[in-house]
Design a protein around this ligand. Structure first.
Ligand code: GDP
Length: 298
């Protein structure tokens, strides 16, 4: 599987510390519960999820089902798994002409993710088109072109500075007319002002709908797991503007604060489609709750 060795930072920063404590044959004290609560907050579980976990522990203590520190560890694992199970809904490309609008802040790993997904799909023999609607930076267009080449996908692009909605409209129209299986629309992610960015992605979504009324079939938000609670704010803004249908959480290999995946899941209940665990092609994994939990727990 290979995901456990990529998630070792979260294992070290979070579950190993819990495990060390639960190995001690000592009673559950207030200090111990404070330690657990602080660790959850530090690991980016967020206040809401931390409270949910602490409530479950306290209920268990009151009812007598939790007697030892080991029972606490088991309970934490159980609550996390049940939260993550709710968002384990892999992306299914159910039919041809499947249009995926990909959004996210610059640097989140949007282009890399599109490249990896393009490869996964061309490997299965699907005809894939990439639409370069991030026209703000020439480098973004070039980078997408590189990925298109590598994945043997087609690309629709215009020059830097072109109207992103016009590029999206042309790209999707052309992909639909030419009967492509999967069409990925890349979008800008510059965070000049959040309001401008949201207005722009809304325009792009409308252009996609104008080109093909049943599209987009998926609005995929790419989030960087290393930015902590900011990821929650980004998800909230994008979801308000676009109604996000799926999330990719990238750079899970680069953070000890893997709790963010649980915080996002509990807050939005939006399917986590994939997690990114590195920069290479096969470092994008379809999200599986049990694999994840088994990889980060000792
Ligand atoms: P964009 O600006 O959102 O299009 O971001 P890019 O796709 O250019 O990615 C920004 C940087 O993050 C690049 O150096 C990528 O290689 C890196 N990156 C993307 N996904 C992952 C991941 O899952 N793990 C790690 N470690 N790096 C990643």
């Amino acid at each position: 599987k290979g995901i456990a060795d990529k998630l070792f930072k979260t294992k070290q920063g979070f579950t190993e510390k819990i495990h060390e404590e639960s190995k001690k044959d000592e009673p559950i004290t207030d200090e111990y519960l404070d330690f657990i609560e602080e660790l959850l907050i530090e690991s980016d579980f967020g206040v809401k999820t931390t409270m949910k976990i602490m409530d479950a522990i306290n209920e268990g203590i009151d009812s007598g089902s939790i007697r030892t520190r080991q029972d606490v560890e088991i309970k934490i694992r159980e609550v996390i798994l049940s939260i993550l199970k709710q968002v384990e809904k892999p992306l299914e490309i159910k039919h041809k002409k499947f249009v995926i609008l990909v959004v996210g802040i610059n640097g989140s790993g949007k282009t890399t993710t599109i490249g990896k997904l393009a490869s996964l799909n061309t490997d299965k023999g699907k005809k894939v088109m990439l639409v370069a609607a991030d026209t703000f930076r020439a480098a973004a267009i070039e980078q997408l072109e590189e990925w298109a080449k590598r994945a043997s996908a087609s690309i629709v692009k215009q020059n830097e500075g072109a109207d992103p909605a016009a590029v999206a409209f042309d790209g999707v129209s052309s992909g639909i007319a030419r009967n492509y299986d999967v069409i990925f629309v890349d979008t800008a992610g510059r965070l000049h002002t959040q309001k401008n960015l949201m207005n722009e992605v809304i325009k792009i979504k409308k252009a996609v709908q104008k080109a093909y009324p049943e599209a987009p079939h998926e609005v995929l938000l790419v989030l960087d797991a290393t930015i902590g609670q900011n990821a929650i704010n980004q998800a909230r803004e994008f979801n308000k503007a676009l109604a996000i249908s799926g999330i990719v959480l990238t750079k899970m290999d680069g953070t000890a604060k893997g709790g963010i995946i649980v915080a996002i899941s509990e807050e939005f209940k939006i399917p986590i489609r994939y997690i990114g665990i590195g920069e290479s092609l096969d470092d994008l994994k379809a999200f599986n709750a049990r694999d994840f939990v088994e990889s980060v727990f000792v």
